[in-house]
Design a protein. Structure first.
Length: 151
């Protein structure tokens, strides 16, 4: 949802003016990603060096903090809302830049396909669908950017 809506909002700000449901849905997605951060602090992982399943909460937290925590945090916080509240700015261009940081969430898609423990054909199909989705998404982003440049 964010991967499609954020570039669309950036390119066509007047088209979504007054559409509160879309903004509410974005905040629900932000909340779900914030919840996922807390879940990641309690999720077991396999140590790459020893192939042991790590169940110790302290080691899990340290591993997550050294890894993807900061990317997940930046991508999950509603930074455009913080900019309005704390910076007292109504500059829509700066707010849109903060919203674009949510696109870091897409980095998770590759990890999902990597961890699939299924047959080779299913994994190949999932990788193909991911490639197709990414190509369509890239075309959408390029079209939105093209409209901004031309406008």
């Amino acid at each position: 949802m964010n991967a499609i809506a954020i570039p669309f909002e950036f390119a066509f700000p007047l088209a979504l003016e007054g559409k509160t449901f879309i903004f509410f849905l974005e905040y629900v997605i932000d909340f779900l990603f914030l919840t996922d951060i807390f879940v990641n602090f309690r999720t077991y992982y396999i140590d790459a060096r020893t192939d042991d399943l790590i169940k110790d909460p302290n080691r899990i937290a340290k591993n997550y903090l050294k890894g993807r925590f900061w990317i997940d945090l930046i991508a999950s916080l509603p930074l455009e809302l913080f900019a309005v509240l704390f910076l007292n700015t109504a500059n829509t261009a700066s707010l849109k830049i903060f919203g674009m940081l949510k696109l870091f969430r897409l980095l998770r898609l590759g990890r999902i396909v990597t961890y699939l423990k299924t047959s080779g054909h299913f994994k190949f199909g999932a990788m193909f669908l991911q490639l197709l989705f990414m190509l369509i998404l890239l075309l959408h982003w390029m079209a939105c950017l093209w409209f901004v440049v031309v406008d």
